[in-house]
Each structure stands twice: as structure tokens, then as C-alpha cells.
Design a protein around this ligand. Structure first.
Ligand code: UDP
Length: 325
């Protein structure tokens, strides 16, 4: 079975990818310093507890395991924090990624799957957003993701690195078997916050901005189920391992849902009202981010299984009620 190094494999998206890989004939080797990840998210898996910024730890992993490809998820991802503490973001998301790429170079590993983001596009100049849309990120987080995409392109030309950068829209939901899901040090994402407010584990949820130029005045986002993201990663990995071309590919459902719609659907799924406080806009939020996902279909033969937002929220609600970590 091919060994795949998964950095950040104990985190939210990484743990779903690891599960999917293990179920489909790959042998994931997780490298995670557990700053955001959880040991409980990857039971029975090989987990090396170390940072990607540690060249000695990387050398040990590449020497011990014959790594065929690297899937890179370990990155800080709080947009607000990236504005107040950009050094942390550039050092980790860019600097430590260079350390990882260097270790790959030294050990002759050239296949790289990168967890990129629709945050690399910045404020949309047209919608839906395809991969040719201009990339002008509006916060340091988005800039770190764009920088790594640019580094990968340079490394492809110079060193023959074969990469696919997957630009996710909004990851949502949890594994339907209820064993893994979203659990962040600081929760900032809409769906878990609304569900926690409904459940009473937090007093209320703020609705950031009601005066956007959108149909109901609240921001519109494209939510893709985390298990669909995992499948798309495996498709991209298989493509590269079979000689496919490097690419940047959007992952979204091509459906926009407003914040008010999401709150209403959460209330419907949970059967209870959410205590909502209408608040000011959150700085850096574009009014609407909806993917054009034709390239994922064409290049990866990937189509999301979860196209009904209610079903995505149901898996998140199940996780919220039975979360293990
Ligand atoms: N949002 C909100 N209240 C919250 C968290 C988020 O109104 O407590 C809004 C946010 O302004 C955005 C949408 O919900 O328009 C999705 O935000 P999230 O942080 O989940 O994902 P992002 O789009 O920032 O990646």
C-alpha cells in the first residue's frame, strides 16, 4: 500500500481525508503537532507527533517510511488572527511549508497535494468564481495560501514537483458515522456556532452584517461536505500518482446559501430556534463566494455527493450532540 504523508492529519479536514485514504488502499502516515488536531480523530493510525517546521522530525519520517506523496493540511486558518498576528501565519503557513518542501526535495518525493482556499481570490469581481478568477487575497491568511501556490509553480518548473492545489470553499459537516467532526481551539465557523447556540453550549450566535448587497442582506457562501472534500483529495492524489498534470482546482457545490438560510436550516434540523444577535459586518468578509466547479468534474471526475444543505447540517448536528473531542 502506498504510504502517504498527511500533515495536519489529526485536524478537521485532514482526519476525514486520512479515514478515506485508509479505506481505499492507502497507508496514511500522519504528521501533526496536535496544536489544533486531536489524537482521538485518528485512532489506530500511524501518528508522528511533531511539527512540519522541525527538519529532524521530517528527516526521520521520510527515512522510516517510503513516502509516495505528501498531502499538506497543517496550517493556521483563522482569518481574524492572521490580521492581528501575521508573523504566526507567514512563519507557519509559508515558512514551515518551505521546510516541508525541502525535506521532500532531499528525499526525492515530488508529489504534493496542497490544501488551498477560495480566500486566495479575495473580493470576487464576478461570480461564480472559476479558477481563472484574479487572485487578490484581502487578508494575510489568503496571502499565505496564494504564496504557497506560487512557490509550488516555481518548484514545478525548477524541480519537477507535481502538485495539485485544491481551493476549497466552505468546508462543513462531519463524518456520517459520528466518530469524527469539527473541533477547533477557537470556533469561528458559522454552522457549529449556530448549532452550539441552539444546543445551549453558547448563549447566542452573532449574525455578522445584514446590509450586504445580496438577496436577503446577509453573506452568501458555498458549503461543501468534508467527506466530499476527502473524496476529491483522493481523486487528485490518484490523478497525480497516475501521471496527471499539476493544476489548481476549486472544490465547491456551486450553490450559494445566505447566513440567514443557514440559520433557518439549522433550526429546522435541530427542531429549535437559535438565539441570534444581529451584529456589524465582520471585516474582510466578501458578500458572496460561490464556486464554479466544472474543472473538478472534468479533471478529477469529481461531483459532490452532498448537494442538499439540510443533509450536510444533519451530519454536523449529529456530531455536535455526540462529539468525542
Ligand atoms: N458568520 C456569522 N456569524 C458567525 C460566524 C460567521 O454571521 O459567528 C458569517 C460570516 O460573516 C460569513 C459566513 O457566516 O459570511 C461564513 O463564515 P465562516 O466563518 O463559517 O466561514 P468563512 O466564509 O469565513 O470561511
Amino acid at each position: 500500500m502506498p504510504n502517504i504523508l498527511v500533515t495536519g492529519g489529526a485536524g478537521y479536514i485532514g482526519s476525514h481525508v486520512v479515514r478515506d485514504l485508509a479505506e481505499h488502499g492507502f497507508c496514511p502516515v500522519i504528521l501533526d503537532n496536535l496544536s489544533e488536531g486531536h489524537r482521538e480523530a485518528c485512532p489506530g493510525m500511524t501518528l508522528v507527533e511533531a511539527s512540519i517546521a522541525d527538519p529532524a522530525a521530517l528527516a526521520t519520517v521520510f527515512t522510516r517510511h517510503r513516502i509516495e506523496a505528501v498531502m499538506h493540511f497543517s496550517a493556521f486558518a483563522y482569518v481574524g488572527e492572521s490580521v492581528t498576528d501575521p508573523a504566526k501565519y507567514y512563519q507557519n503557513n509559508v515558512g514551515a511549508t518551505l521546510t516541508l518542501l525541502e525535506a521532500m526535495r532531499q528525499h526525492g518525493v515530488r508529489t504534493f497535494l496542497f490544501s488551498s482556499s477560495c480566500a486566495t481570490y479575495g473580493n470576487p469581481v464576478y461570480t461564480p468564481i472559476d479558477e481563472a478568477h484574479p487572485q487578490n487575497p484581502v487578508n494575510p491568511y489568503g496571502r499565505t495560501k496564494l504564496m504557497v501556490e506560487q512557490i509550488l509553480e516555481d518548484y514545478r518548473r525548477a524541480y519537477g514537483v507535481r502538485y495539485i492545489a485544491l481551493r476549497y470553499f466552505n468546508a462543513a459537516g462531519a463524518h456520517p458515522d459520528g466518530t469524527i467532526g469539527e473541533s477547533h481551539r477557537i470556533e469561528t465557523h458559522l454552522i457549529p456556532l449556530v448549532l452550539q447556540a441552539i444546543k445551549g453550549t453558547r448563549p447566542s450566535v452573532s449574525l455578522f452584517g445584514t446590509d450586504y448587497d445580496t438577496p436577503d442582506g446577509t453573506c452568501v457562501r458555498d458549503y461543501i461536505h468534508v467527506c466530499d472534500l476527502a473524496r476529491a483529495h483522493r481523486a487528485a492524489l490518484e490523478l497525480l500518482l497516475n501521471g496527471g498534470e499539476p493544476a489548481c482546482i476549486n472544490l465547491g457545490v456551486e450553490q450559494g446559501h445566505s447566513v440567514r438560510e443557514i440559520i433557518a436550516l439549522c433550526e429546522e434540523v435541530a427542531g429549535k430556534k437559535a438565539p441570534v444577535i444581529e451584529a456589524e459586518r465582520r471585516p474582510g468578509d466578501p458578500p458572496s463566494l460561490v464556486a464554479k466547479a466544472a474543472k473538478a468534474k472534468k479533471v478529477l471526475s469529481f461531483m459532490p455527493d452532498y448537494t442538499d444543505m439540510r443533509e450536510i447540517i444533519k451530519t454536523a448536528w449529529q456530531w455536535e450532540n455526540k462529539r468525542r473531542y
